[in-house]
Every structure is written in structure tokens, then in C-alpha cells.
Ligand binder design. Structure first.
Ligand SMILES: [Fe+2]
Length: 432
């Protein structure tokens, strides 16, 4: 009797209503259906298993859609957008109980795989372009239940060589246009995809498409901003080649510190970017003050110190909502003891990224050649930072900073990946 009630509920509804309570309610019946199917004749059991898998898949799709939906509303900049696409792939692997996933986008030069991951990590995976292109050209989901025995897979040698068991790919759409492909596969030891899986992934792809469109839009904005920033940094370079490379190194040191502090990849990338642009406001300071060889008067020093506020103002026009970057640029000359500028912030009230930039900025100024001083060794630099703990710098950042620069395993790439928009040119921003 109980069995009939459960079957009736699923069969009569035809599909699952995706309310949060409804999903919660059906969690136990799924397990109950699995248990019941073991006691039934094989024909009924097979059909019941298929329905159960569909139910399970739709429930998983709802959860994944909800998760991505929440992420969508949290995208503030290109770094969030990158993290969003990574989250899409991660959810796809979990949802489909797959081994690997990839996201390919249709670009001017053709179809390009922009992100991929395996079940465990974000490693690169080899994907058959032939298969992906077939999805783009037909605009239809493609599933190959058993790759090794599928005559349609002959031309996809890369799939066969990797001992892939089953592949599934669905188109991503914006309006009526195919903008990309979401791909998932399983390896030899694992399960085979079915048409039901294709339907589940197609449902998920609707939200993935929204994520891709958003990420692309944010990326285009970011590229325009980066082009503009590059121009300004190049202008600064031309004014003072003596300190060339300073901003690049500050970016690199801040990135490494963020890694030691355990920041997520998107936050690491934001830290790197902020290091690059922290002194961009110097473009608004006249040479006669910025490069004066003689001691500065109080008035001249105040003019130079305006560069942090000018930098915040410049970047506000490009990324008005990005308070993390804007705050770090404005406050990168604050001191832990409250004697810095521009706002004389003190201790914990100084934004974390500003505290980190302050360390990296000062360390680089001490350890590189300047017109007015000889460079200190890194060991001397570390000792001076330690002496300034609790005065100029946050005490709890000193040893992580030393570790970040001393440990050869702390690399200069974000999360093990190539950066989205490297500003890998030499800079010449003098530290003030
Ligand atoms: Fe500065």
C-alpha cells in the first residue's frame, strides 16, 4: 500500500515540483524506491530504477540550480566570475556523478575549452573537439553510453585513448544561439550515462548558460579596464624607469602572502591585481614632487600622499562596487599604530588587503635599488619588518609574509592556474 502511494505520487505529478520543502520531502522516498525495486520482478524493477534515477537527478539539478543561482547574485568582478564558472563545472561533476567536466565556449576563432576539472581538482582534461563541435553544429545534447563500442565515436580518437567509458555534452544557449558546450564524462571503471542523464544536464545547462553570459560580460568589462590601466601604468613606467618592476613585485608578494593565508583562488587573483594597481594614483602627481631628489617639504609630502586617494578615485570609475580593491588602494599607507595616511586608520580597522599591500610595498622599497638608498638584503628586510610589528605593520602578517617569500613552493600563479588578465609588464612606481 505504501509502495502504491509513493509510485502514485511520482507518476501522477509527472515531474517534480521544485519547491524547497517538496525536495526535502522526497529525499527518503528515493531510498525507499531503491529498496522496493530490489524485491520486484526485473522488468518492473528496471523501469522503477530508471524513474528513481530521474527523480534523483531532478532533485540534484534543483540543488545545483539553486547553488549556482546564489553564486550568480554574488558576482561583483571578474575574479568572482572566474570562480562562478569553476563552481558550474564542480556542480556538473557532482550532479552527473561523473569523473571529469569541461566548459567550451564559441569564440571568434572557434570553439575553445575555457575551464575543466576532474572529480578531485581543477586539473586540465583532454576533451574531444570533434564531439564538442558536433553539439554546437546540431544544437542538440549528445550522449554516448559506451564510448568504446560507439561507431559514431570513431573519429574522436582522443576519447578512445583516454579509456573514457561514457560521454555527455549539452549545448549552452543565449536566446536562440549556441554559445558553448557543457561536457561531462566517466572513465572506464565508472557508470554509463543515459538519456535521463542528458535531460538532467540539459536542465542544469539553462543556469550554466546564464552564468556564462554573465561571466563573459564581466570579463569584457574587465579587459577594457585592464587595457586602460595598462596604458596608465606604461605612462608611469616612462616617467621613472629606475623603479621599474615595483608594482609587479608588490603584486607577486601580495599574491604569495594570500596563498599562505589560505585565500581562495578568486581572492588570490584580486590580491595580485591590487598589488599591480596600488600606486596608480601617482599618475596624478607632478614629476617635480614625485621625483624630487632633495628632502621633501611637509607640503610636498602631503601632495605625494594624495596618490592613494587619487588611485581610489581612478579605480572607482571602473569598478565602483569593488570595495575590497578600492579600500586596499586607498589605505595601503595606513599604519597599524594609526600614524599612516590618508585616514589615520588604526589596527583592525585597516582593511586586510591594505595591510598586506603595505608589507609588500615597504619590503620591495627596502630591498631594491633607489636613487636615495642602497638595497637591503631580504634577510635584513625581514628583520626590519619584524621590528615594525605592531607599529607600522600588523604583527600576525609578518611571519606568513616571510614564509611566503622564503618557501619556493609558494608559486606565482593563482590557484595553480594561468591568470585571467596578467599585467605582466614592468612598472616604475616609486614607493612613498
Ligand atoms: Fe603608495
Amino acid at each position: 500500500m505504501r509502495f502504491c502511494k509513493q509510485i502514485g505520487r511520482i507518476a501522477c505529478s509527472g515531474r517534480i515540483a521544485f519547491g524547497a520543502n517538496r525536495v526535502h520531502v522526497i529525499a527518503e522516498p528515493i531510498q525507499e524506491l531503491k529498496d522496493i525495486s530490489k524485491t520486484l520482478p526485473s522488468a518492473i524493477s528496471t523501469r522503477l530504477n530508471a524513474l528513481t534515477r530521474q527523480l534523483e537527478g531532478e532533485r540534484g539539478a534543483f540543488n545545483a540550480l539553486s547553488f549556482i543561482g546564489n553564486k550568480l547574485s554574488g558576482v561583483r568582478d571578474v575574479f568572482d566570475a572566474t570562480a562562478l564558472l569553476e563552481a558550474v563545472l564542480k556542480e556538473a561533476v557532482v550532479l552527473m556523478q561523473g569523473d571529469r567536466a569541461a566548459l567550451a565556449l564559441v569564440e571568434k576563432m572557434g570553439l575553445r575549452v575555457v575551464a575543466s576539472r576532474s572529480r578531485e581538482n581543477d586539473a586540465d582534461v583532454t576533451v574531444s573537439h570533434t564531439f564538442l563541435e558536433r553539439v554546437v553544429n546540431t544544437g542538440q545534447a549528445l550522449v554516448s553510453t559506451n564510448v568504446q563500442e560507439d561507431p559514431n565515436m570513431d573519429s574522436s580518437a582522443s576519447i578512445l585513448a583516454l579509456e573514457i567509458r561514457s560521454v555527455l555534452a549539452v549545448p549552452l544557449r543565449s536566446r536562440d544561439e549556441v554559445i558553448g558546450v557543457l561536457y561531462v564524462d566517466t572513465l572506464f571503471h565508472h557508470r554509463m550515462f543515459s538519456d535521463i542523464d542528458a535531460a538532467v544536464l540539459a536542465t542544469f545547462a539553462t543556469q550554466a548558460s546564464v552564468a556564462v553570459v554573465l561571466a563573459r560580460s564581466v570579463q569584457q568589462d574587465h579587459e577594457r579596464n585592464v587595457a586602460f590601466i595598462k596604458t596608465m601604468l606604461t605612462t608611469l613606467d616612462a616617467r621613472d624607469p629606475y623603479t621599474a618592476g615595483h608594482s609587479n613585485r608588490v603584486g607577486d608578494y601580495t599574491l604569495k602572502l594570500s596563498k599562505v593565508l589560505g585565500w581562495k583562488a578568486a581572492d588570490q587573483e584580486r590580491a595580485l591585481f591590487t598589488g599591480w594597481v596600488h600606486d596608480i594614483g601617482k599618475i596624478g602627481i607632478r614629476d617635480e614632487f614625485l621625483f624630487k631628489k632633495e628632502p621633501l617639504t611637509i607640503g610636498e609630502r602631503e601632495i605625494i600622499e594624495e596618490h592613494s586617494v587619487i588611485g581610489e578615485r581612478i579605480l572607482t570609475t571602473m569598478m565602483p562596487e569593488n570595495q575590497v580593491i578600492l579600500g586596499a588602494v586607498r589605505h595601503h599607507h595606513e599604519r597599524w599604530d594609526g600614524r599612516g595616511y590618508p585616514d589615520k586608520l588604526e589596527g583592525e580597522s585597516i582593511p586586510m588587503l591594505a595591510r598586506m599591500i603595505a608589507l609588500a610595498d615597504t619590503f620591495d622599497a627596502m630591498t631594491t635599488a633607489r636613487p636615495y638608498s642602497t638595497p637591503k638584503t631580504w634577510e635584513n628586510g625581514f628583520e626590519i619588518l619584524r621590528l615594525e610589528a605592531g607599529k607600522q605593520f600588523a604583527s600576525d602578517l609578518i611571519e606568513p609574509f616571510v614564509q611566503a617569500l622564503s618557501d619556493e613552493n609558494v608559486g606565482s600563479s593563482v590557484g595553480g592556474q594561468v591568470m585571467l588578465s596578467p599585467l605582466n609588464q614592468t612598472q616604475n612606481l616609486e614607493v612613498v
